[in-house]
Design a protein around this ligand. Structure first.
Ligand SMILES: Cc1ncc(COP(=O)(O)O)c(C=O)c1O
Length: 411
């Protein structure tokens, strides 16, 4: 039996209508930007394997770090124990994160990093004796993950509608003016404002000006609430700066990291907070403890790969590669302006095609995905929004080839 037949017998894939979806790609190995299939095809990973891969697949230095760590310590409980990879990664993150983010809390993925941020914000106010600060303000078109809190904070959409009875209400706003009105009208009730800085990803690859990120910081200060920056997608260079908040030269009170954190190797989440937040949990009263944790919190294998990834950023001028990639994407997407709204930031380029039924369920998405795949390019359009987000290690000629396929299929 082929891998596909065996898969079909026992598996259930994410974000996949199992009745109508095409057969999954049977991947046997991967290297750099290329995926190799059981039936002998070579396919360019144009979505960085759901936005996680940054230095390329099967990177020798990351492989070596993982293997070395596996020989030393694979995992140990993180309540009551600590280990070198967790400590070293936290030290390295605190060094490079926006100023003031000095405490690292580990979890397992992007959604849990967001859950932790929401819970941390809520309990921060509770521990300070302000339990009425319990609402969250988020932006329309947001996507923060698929666990219940992260879904609640996301846009009300086809992703979340079936679960609406499980979710808590949030205040969704359209932009700064709307946000200011809500903050003014609801004094002392907002626990935090949560945004994806600079780039809203799953909501349609929407690029925001840096002034909005700076404006959110200003409003949070003015109305004395917390700012949470969800950098799960944008962190680690994806928008051209190490962290997207750097575009606006601001520091949030809490930030969420995952995806590129381990360069696409292993699941790991980080929620980093200021000392002010951390201090609010210090108490003789054990009820003020942050009661949150996961079996695999601070997994040493994941931490070791994350450290090796930061070494690559330091030693191999990775951000300069992202900046070169950005220029190629700008040039390559230029002709697509005739077809719809084009946006490019860092290592991400997108075109929102004119459509009668814009949105995730626009049938054009799967049709285009099949056409790209036919030409050896893996893309997963978000409905009518076609985007290209390759690993940063992509070469100039690989980029040119991929852009040629995109223009050919769309043109
Ligand atoms: C901005 C943002 N936050 C959170 C998440 C959730 O991350 P995960 O899929 O690792 O749970 C994603 C995933 O795409 C994301 O783009």
């Amino acid at each position: 039996m082929s891998l596909i037949d065996r898969d079909r017998a026992v598996l259930w894939h994410p974000y996949t209508q199992m009745l109508t979806a095409p057969a999954p790609l049977p991947i046997t190995r991967a290297e750099g930007v290329w995926l190799y299939t059981e039936d002998g095809r070579r396919i360019l990973d144009g979505i960085s394997s759901w936005w996680v891969n940054i230095h390329g697949h099967s990177h020798p230095k990351l492989n070596a770090a993982l293997a070395a760590q596996a020989r030393e310590l694979e995992h140990v409980v993180f309540a009551g124990c600590t280990h070198r990879p967790a400590v070293e990664l936290a030290e390295r993150l605190v060094e490079i994160l926006p100023q003031g983010l000095e405490r690292v809390f580990y979890s397992d993925n992007g959604s849990t990093a967001v859950e932790v941020a929401l819970k941390m914000a809520l309990q921060y106010w509770r521990n300070l004796g302000q339990p009425d600060r319990k609402k969250f303000t988020t932006l329309h078109n947001a996507y923060h993950g698929d666990t219940v809190g992260a879904m609640s904070a996301s846009e009300d959409s086809v992703f979340t509608r079936a679960f609406s009875t499980m979710m808590f209400p949030v205040e969704r706003v359209h932009g700064l003016e709307d946000m200011e009105n809500r903050l003014r009208d609801a004094p002392d009730s907002i626990a935090a404002v949560l945004i994806e800085p600079m780039l809203q990803g799953a909501g349609g690859m929407i690029v925001w000006p840096a002034e909005v990120v700076a404006g959110v910081r200003r409003l949070c200060d003015e109305y004395n609430t917390l700012m949470i920056a969800d950098e799960v997608l944008t962190g680690f260079g994806r928008t051209g700066r190490m962290f997207a908040c750097e575009h606006a030269d601001i520091s949030p009170d809490i930030t969420c990291l995952s995806k590129g954190l381990t360069a696409g190797y292993l699941p790991l989440g980080v929620t980093a907070a200021t000392s002010t937040i951390y201090d609010a949990f210090l108490s003789e009263d054990r009820a003020k403890t942050f009661f949150h944790g996961h079996s695999y919190t601070a997994n040493p294998l994941a931490c070791a790969v994350a450290i090796a990834s930061l070494d690559l950023f330091r030693d191999e001028r990775v951000l300069a590669s992202v900046s070169r990639l950005e220029q190629h994407l700008r040039d390559g997407f230029e002709p697509l302006r005739a077809l719809g709204n084009v946006r490019v930031i860092g290592g991400v380029a997108a075109v929102a095609l004119e459509s009668d039924k814009p949105g995730y369920l626009d049938g054009i998405g799967p049709r285009l995905a099949a056409a790209f795949l036919e030409r050896g390019l893996l893309l997963r359009p978000l409905g009518n929004v076609v985007y290209f987000m390759p690993p940063y290690c992509i070469t100039e000629s690989e980029t040119a080839w991929a852009l040629e396929q995109i223009v050919h299929v769309l043109g």
